[in-house]
Write a new protein. Structure first.
Length: 680
């Protein structure tokens, strides 16, 4: 063991509380003993005087030094005092945190998720909901109210106030426990740099740190940090979140009466909360704050009376969230990238692609239309709106009501694997067109059976239970005939379709052994988000653009952590996954109302007369558990699903006539009304 570790071990031992008490006790005992000896010197035995030594050798006589007992015991006492001071240094002072941590530490700040226009969607936090603000933005009445009730001498003292401590002792002796002797600086130090324990050593640390903070920072800086740190009740930390929680508005808009109430809360946030069990105590505390403001000269008697008698209206106590399915989807993406702790405490500022206006309109349409479909045993619906060229999600409705817990309303169907029915056929036919087929290729819609080893024969049937003879590929796809699609897939191979689907954006086909020829009729589950990417490939002339729900992420200091390419077409820079001519042909077929007329009629929900460029495809599973409609043009894509979360079948659902198609039509018309009509 080297000398340095030994010294450290000695200092650590001296710094222990027990050893400090022992040293002080010994010091007092020896001091008392020394005093008794000095007062009664004759009562104590003396050392006998010895004769000089007898020797034949010369004796060197050394000078005699006489040290009085008084100085001897004084030296011992001083030594013990120094030892105690060293122990106090090791135990208290050396363990003090650096005051610079008030600025350099990573604060616990609320993450905020916004839509593309800056509308707040949700705040994410764990225990402390905090938003940072500047002192100059805080209304003067709130500053004055806080100074009056917490620390009227804030701008005069240097960290702690003897007068404040004395006043607190008197008030506490009188029974008023809401008076504290700590200054604003001490409260800041206690909340940020120290633990909340109630010990003498912690109080000493608090005073020392308060002095250091006052020396290092200006008064306004300390006051600003206080307003951003102090707790006002519940998860609200900082005066901005307190104003939002209690009054539903930013702190810049509060008046004198509201300021007095907020200023009184930090003394006992739970006991004094207007949402607690004793609202009369909240009012009494507010009046006390106003009284202190008047005594400090901040307001006059009339202002005090008006504010005290003002009726306060509080915001409803609830957690605000807009577009909840989308917000939770984004939150999950952020957690995967930055970690749970960062998004709950790191104060991220997230700008998403969502358009809250479109979101609310789509949500209203889905909710109202599904309610009209109850007779068809349809209890739920979902919708997704994207910009194909950028992948931006403009709206995500995961169910008719997120808060309907009894019916699994919080389940986001847009992210759940469901069977797509005939909505998957564009993948089959894009593969066919890339392998020698053309829109005019004749495909026989006639009975056929496929022998599968170990299974009964597979005999596909059309939705209308009829066969239509020889039909061109264009009509087979547009009218969504099943038998031709199965024959095309049998010609091309299931594995080729799986690879084609993966290239176009499907992420759920990871086990090819699960699938057979029914894959082209929706036998393989997919996510709505994946289908949006698949149809986006067609809208982007063969280029795949993945969904982009997040446009920008910053930390609370303003540093940009990530930024998407954003508001210009990404499709031109994206990789081609299918030939552009194939994508154009599929789009042309899906927008051909004449080609779909044999199955849907000339005036179906799928035909938007003013926008003939819109391509659309429906899908209904054989067991009637899922009903889809997906349509797009170059600017916007909308996907809609209806069904039941528990997978019970619907009844009397005709794809393209009932179910998802009317919902899709209403959503699409609303979106297209914002887009200029195409010119010939």
């Amino acid at each position: 063991m080297t000398v340095k570790p030994r010294i450290g071990l000695i200092l650590q031992t001296i710094g222990r509380p027990f050893f400090q008490v022992l040293l002080v006790a010994c010091w007092l005992l020896i001091s008392c003993f020394s005093l008794i000896i000095r007062l009664f010197p004759r009562r104590w035995p003396r050392w006998p005087k010895l004769p000089p030594p007898q020797t034949k050798y010369p004796v060197v006589i050394w000078p005699k030094f006489h040290l009085s007992k008084k100085f001897f015991w004084l030296g011992i006492s001083l030594g013990l005092l120094v030892s105690s001071l060293i122990g106090a240094y090791v135990f208290i002072i050396r363990q003090l945190p650096d005051p610079n941590q008030l600025l350099t530490r990573d604060q616990i700040v609320t993450t905020k998720i916004y839509d593309r226009h800056g509308e707040l969607l949700y705040k994410v936090y764990r225990h402390q909901n905090r938003s940072l603000i500047k002192l100059e933005t805080i209304p003067l009445p709130l500053v004055q109210a806080t100074l009056a009730i917490e620390d009227a001498e804030f701008y005069q003292h240097h960290g702690f106030s003897f007068k404040g401590i004395l006043r607190a002792l008197i008030k506490n002796f009188e029974g008023d426990r809401l008076y504290g002797g700590s200054t604003i600086t001490q409260q800041l130090v206690k909340n940020v740099l120290l633990t909340p324990e109630r010990t003498i050593s912690r109080k000493i640390k608090e005073i020392i740190l308060a002095l250091a903070v006052e020396k290092k920072f200006r008064k306004d800086e300390i006051l600003q940090m206080y307003f951003n740190e102090v707790g006002y009740g519940g998860a609200a930390y900082g005066v901005e979140e307190a104003s939002q929680m209690y009054f539903g508005k930013p702190v810049t808009e509060i008046d004198l009466a509201q300021a007095a109430l907020l200023a009184g809360l930090p003394a006992s946030p739970t006991r004094l909360s207007p949402f607690g069990n004793h609202p009369e105590k909240t009012k009494a505390r507010q009046k006390l704050v106003l009284q202190r403001m008047r005594s400090e000269g901040f307001i006059d008697q009339d202002q005090q009376a008006v504010a005290a008698n003002q009726e306060l209206t509080f915001a409803p106590l609830r957690t605000d969230i807009q577009a909840p399915h989308f917000v939770m989807y984004v939150k999950e993406l952020l957690a995967e990238k930055y970690g749970e702790q960062t998004i709950e405490e790191g104060g991220l500022v997230v700008k998403t692609s969502l358009d809250l206006g479109i979101q609310e309109a789509v949500q209203a349409i889905v909710t109202s239309q599904v309610s009209r479909l109850r007779s068809l045993h349809i209890s739920n619906g979902a919708a997704l709106v994207t910009r194909p060229q950028t992948g931006e999600i403009l709206a995500m409705v995961g169910s008719t009501d997120y808060f309907d817990q009894a019916n699994d309303g919080n389940v986001n169907v847009t992210l759940r694997p469901r069977q797509p029915g005939s909505a998957i056929k564009p993948v089959t036919y894009s593969l066919a067109l890339a392998n020698g087929f053309t829109p005019d290729t004749i495909i026989p819609d006639t009975p056929v059976s496929y022998q599968i080893p170990g299974q009964p024969p597979y005999s596909p049937r059309n939705y209308d239970n009829q066969f239509h003879g020889d039909v061109p590929l264009r009509v087979a796809l547009a009218s969504s005939y099943n038998v031709p699609a199965v024959k095309v897939l049998a010609n091309l191979g299931v594995n080729q379709m799986i690879e084609q689907g993966k290239k176009m954006g499907i992420t759920t086909w990871d086990d090819p052994s699960r699938f057979g020829l029914s894959l082209t009729l929706g036998g393989g589950e997919v996510k709505m988000t994946d289908l949006a990417v698949v149809y986006g490939v067609l809208a982007n002339q063969g280029r795949r653009v993945n969904l982009q729900p997040i446009l920008e992420v910053k930390d609370y200091r303003g540093k940009i952590l990530e930024k998407s390419e954003g508001h210009f077409p990404l499709a031109y820079a994206a990789d081609k996954v299918i030939d552009s001519q194939v994508a154009l042909l599929i789009t042309d077929i899906l927008s051909d109302n004449q080609a779909r007329t044999p199955a849907f009629g000339p005036h179906s929900w799928l035909n938007i007369t003013d926008h003939p460029e819109v391509a659309v495809k429906t899908g209904t599973t054989q067991n009637l558990r899922d009903n889809w409609t997906i349509g797009y043009n170059a600017d916007v894509l909308a996907a809609v699903w209806v069904g039941n979360n528990d997978n019970t079948p619907m009844s009397h659902v005709a794809s393209g006539v009932t179910g998802a198609s009317p919902i899709w039509r209403q959503i699409m018309e609303g979106l297209l009304s914002q887009i200029p009509k195409p010119t010939d």
